[in-house]
Design a protein around this ligand. Structure first.
Ligand SMILES: [Zn+2]
Length: 251
């Protein structure tokens, strides 16, 4: 299990909770020494243009720091996807997050849609034809859904449930219902944890989710699987939650 991380993700690029000081440090502290860390390069403009329109890119470019770190986050998602295709599962420990970034607009602490950029790049090189994107963040990834709206080969799934049991059942049902895909990508947001905004999941649930992702990918797409970080804001529990998810997802 490869962890894709760049030191520049420590930089506080704006004042939202995804960019908060100490957030990435809390996760790295938990994972360091136990996973192989790999540094991504920046995504190219061509990579971004597969998902985003010119005017959106120009408007993000006005904020130099956000743009630079955003390119590295998208590059991190691409590297995670390429690693998965090459046979090694990977996790993009990246920020800013991306699932609220649509082709022509963004909100919710997101600028570029990292997971969509990675999937589109893999599709452009014919490495992937069909993908399942599982998003277990507390919030619906409207940006990802908008990007792939009407694209029948890309399934975007955001499980829901009013309690812990129903949510986990819906997530499992989603994984069992989908069978035809070449890669399983995960928008991994940890803000549904009982000590985070959503107040629902326990830390061990992230292990189970990771294990279900692994199982489904082995069954349907030769084990090709990768995740990227989306939300998760309580630094006291975030590292442990990410770690549990990775433990479940790894071989
Ligand atoms: Zn969220």
């Amino acid at each position: 299990m490869k962890v894709i991380f760049h030191k520049r993700f420590y930089e506080v690029y704006t004042s939202d909770p995804a960019s908060a000081p100490g957030r990435m440090e809390a996760i790295v502290k938990q994972l360091e020494g136990r996973y192989e860390f790999t540094e991504p390069g920046p995504a190219s403009e061509r990579d971004l243009e597969r998902v985003h329109g010119r005017s959106h890119l120009q408007s993000v470019k006005q904020e130099t720091l956000v743009y630079e770190i955003g390119l590295l986050a998208a590059g991190g998602a691409i590297l995670a996807g390429e690693s998965a295709v090459a046979g090694e599962p990977a996790f993009g420990l990246i920020r800013p997050p991306g699932h609220h970034a649509s082709p022509h607009s963004c909100w919710g602490f997101c600028y570029f849609n990292n997971v969509a950029i990675a999937i589109k790049k893999l599709m452009s090189s014919a490495k992937v034809r069909r993908a399942l994107i599982l998003d277990f963040d507390l919030h619906y990834g409207d940006g990802t859904a908008n990007t792939f709206s009407g694209v029948k080969d890309i399934i975007y799934a955001h499980p829901e449930g009013s309690n812990r049991d129903l949510f986990l059942k819906d997530l499992q049902r989603t994984l069992q219902a989908e069978e035809d895909y070449d890669i399983l990508a995960v928008s991994a947001g940890f803000d549904r944890h009982e000590e985070d905004w959503g107040g629902l999941l326990k830390t061990e649930d992230y292990f189970n989710i990771g294990a279900w992702v692994r199982e489904s990918s082995l069954k349907h797409c030769q084990g090709r699987r990768f995740g990227v970080l989306e939300g998760g804001y309580n630094h006291a529990v975030l590292g442990r939650n990410v770690d549990h998810f990775l433990q479940g997802m790894m071989d």
